[in-house]
Design a protein around this ligand. Structure first.
Ligand SMILES: [Zn+2]
Length: 240
């Protein structure tokens, strides 16, 4: 097969098949400017990346192997613990949220002096899954605002520890990890407060005069009481 003669760079380039492609690096300063749409998309992509990084870094993490300790929730040493008689469970009936959101809502919508619950348990959306946050009511050992306004409901506010599980447990079952933290919370409370007992873990729907599904079908109270008994026994504590 005959090879075509090599092309002399001094001669004009012959047309047709012998065209060669030369690649040359162009300095950035000489590169053609990006069009506006491309620049806009690049800026959006960088901002989105920064936002994701900030979210990942700032998101509080729950250490799943860390059990809840009494010290993590103990009221200040000078605060005498109220003789609580009930642990009243609620759900937020929302996809997400946290103690701050509920605090704002209870002040603005209900005109209360702040969040009505003593504890809030996160579901991993706006608050880490299974994180238990004690509110000002628990720290001050002051009455709750969660059981209703009727006179027969009053003891459940004055002597009931309100625990709100973030999430909608009419629509889904409680996550096993959040349930585990809730069991630990109940066990600590029953261990430290002689007026409490496993049988006094109730749902909001069990408060007399209430017609509510709260805390929802997805929280099995019988199972919860069973697990709390088991937890107390496992720690060698008195089961009341
Ligand atoms: Zn409720």
């Amino acid at each position: 097969m005959n090879q075509p003669p090599p092309h002399d760079p001094q001669e004009p380039r012959p047309p047709g098949r012998n065209t060669t492609l030369r690649l040359a690096a162009v300095p950035a300063a000489e590169a053609p400017p990006l069009d506006r749409t491309t620049r806009f998309l690049a800026v959006v992509a960088v901002l989105a990346l920064v936002a994701v990084l900030v979210w990942v870094i700032s998101r509080p993490q729950v250490r799943h192997n860390e059990p809840l300790t009494w010290n993590a929730i103990a009221p200040p040493p000078a605060t005498a613990i109220h003789p609580w008689r009930f642990i009243v469970l609620h759900h937020s009936a929302s996809r997400g949220g946290d103690a701050q959101v509920i605090d704002r809502d209870h002040q603005s919508q209900n005109g209360w002096d702040g969040i009505g619950y003593h504890f809030v348990v996160g579901n991993g959306v706006d608050m880490p899954l299974g994180r238990i946050e004690a509110t000002f009511r628990w720290r001050q050992q002051s009455h709750g605002a969660h059981a209703g306004a009727l006179p027969l409901q009053k003891p459940y506010n004055t002597d009931g520890i309100g625990v709100c599980l973030i999430g909608n447990y009419e629509q889904q079952a409680i996550d096993p990890y959040a349930e585990r933290r809730l069991v630990e919370l109940c066990a600590h409370l029953i261990d430290r407060i002689p007026t409490l007992s496993v049988g006094r873990i109730i749902g909001h729907r069990d408060v007399p005069g209430k017609s509510t599904a709260c805390p929802g079908r997805g929280i099995d109270l019988e199972r919860l009481r069973f697990l709390v008994r088991k937890e107390l026994l496992a720690r060698g504590l008195t089961v009341r």
